[in-house]
Design a protein around this ligand. Structure first.
Ligand code: UTP
Length: 293
């Protein structure tokens, strides 16, 4: 079975939930402690065996591209100051996978953003990782993208990650409807974009990790604007489910929606607690704060 070697990271959205910060800074560059969100996403792709990463960028997003490029002046200064560890970190970032940028000229929707990656992906299967969703796994554990890629490689079917959410939260996500298979995976029948209350009984939400066969492009090419006037990836997924088929499976990871203010703060606190330099100090601070609240 064909190996999943390519990934698309859509990062061309306007980030309106995070204004005014995102007026000039892409939300994917906002830091979780000392690392921009996009670095977590790229690392997850690499851990899944991805070799080529297609970044879908919008206007004012060149800082993301620059982040994965060489910074001569900085490296030169660090070298003169003898800061070897930091130089190593910067070198590691710039030698990560092949990063290819594609411009989405208008933010017409996630389906359109994914379709913009077609010239690089071609006929190969590929992963999609949303640029503002962080997944944290323990060392050695399979990341959600790795789990999906291995599923594709053994079944030959497009597979997407799902998680159960309470009924009151279904309106925030794409929701998958389908039938549970003996393997535990769900055979998807239908995908609804941000359903209104009572529109579905399913609680299976899409947190932004997918592996698709290139067949999805043929559906996205003709997908018309749907919910909120955007070309929705979920509409393309429903067409794919009726075509060669689509599986959904649960995953293991701590997940943060870093494109949302509360999710972003939770990520900073929890990832901060694991941080070797500040973890202990942050824990003491949180304990003191909890006593005062
Ligand atoms: P979101 O809906 O979360 O992103 O899209 P947004 O539109 O930037 O956010 P808000 O709601 O205005 O705050 C999910 C992902 O899809 C990308 C976004 O960058 C984000 O990573 N996206 C969305 C695109 O790349 N292009 C689009 O046209 C829409």
């Amino acid at each position: 079975m064909t190996k999943v070697r390519k990934a698309i990271i859509p990062a061309a959205g306007l980030g309106t939930r995070f204004l005014p910060a995102t007026k000039t800074i892409p939300k994917e560059m906002l830091p979780i402690v000392d690392r921009p969100t996009i670095l977590f996403i790229v690392e997850e792709a690499i851990r899944a065996g991805i070799e080529d990463i297609v970044l879908i960028q919008g206007r004012q997003k060149t800082s993301i591209e620059d982040f994965f490029d060489v910074t001569y002046e900085l490296e030169d200064k660090l070298e003169r100051d003898g800061k070897e560890k930091m130089i190593e970190q910067l070198k590691r970032i710039r030698s990560m996978a092949n990063i290819i940028s594609i411009r989405q000229k208008q933010p017409l929707g996630l389906g359109h953003a994914v379709f913009s990656g077609r010239p690089v992906v071609g006929d190969e299967p590929f992963a999609v990782l949303l640029g503002d969703e962080i997944m944290v796994n323990k060392e050695g554990e399979d990341t959600p993208t790795a789990t999906l890629a291995r599923s594709y490689e053994s079944t030959g079917l497009s597979t997407v990650a799902v998680m159960e959410v309470p009924e009151k939260e279904t309106h925030k996500y794409g929701i998958v409807e389908g039938e549970i298979q003996p393997s535990g995976a769900v055979r998807v029948k239908n995908v609804i974009e941000k359903p209104s209350p009572g529109q579905t009984k399913s609680r299976l939400a899409l947190p932004g990790r997918y592996v698709f066969s290139a067949e999805i492009f043929q559906y996205l090419e003709t997908t018309q604007p749907g919910k909120n006037g955007e070309i929705q990836l979920t509409d393309g997924m429903t067409a794919l489910a009726s075509g060669s088929g689509l599986l959904a499976s649960q995953f293991k990871a701590r997940r943060y929606d870093a494109g949302d203010k509360l999710g972003f703060l939770q990520a900073n606190i929890e990832i901060g607690l694991d941080h070797p330099e500040i973890g202990a100090g942050l824990k003491t601070y949180i304990q003191e704060l909890a006593r005062r609240l």
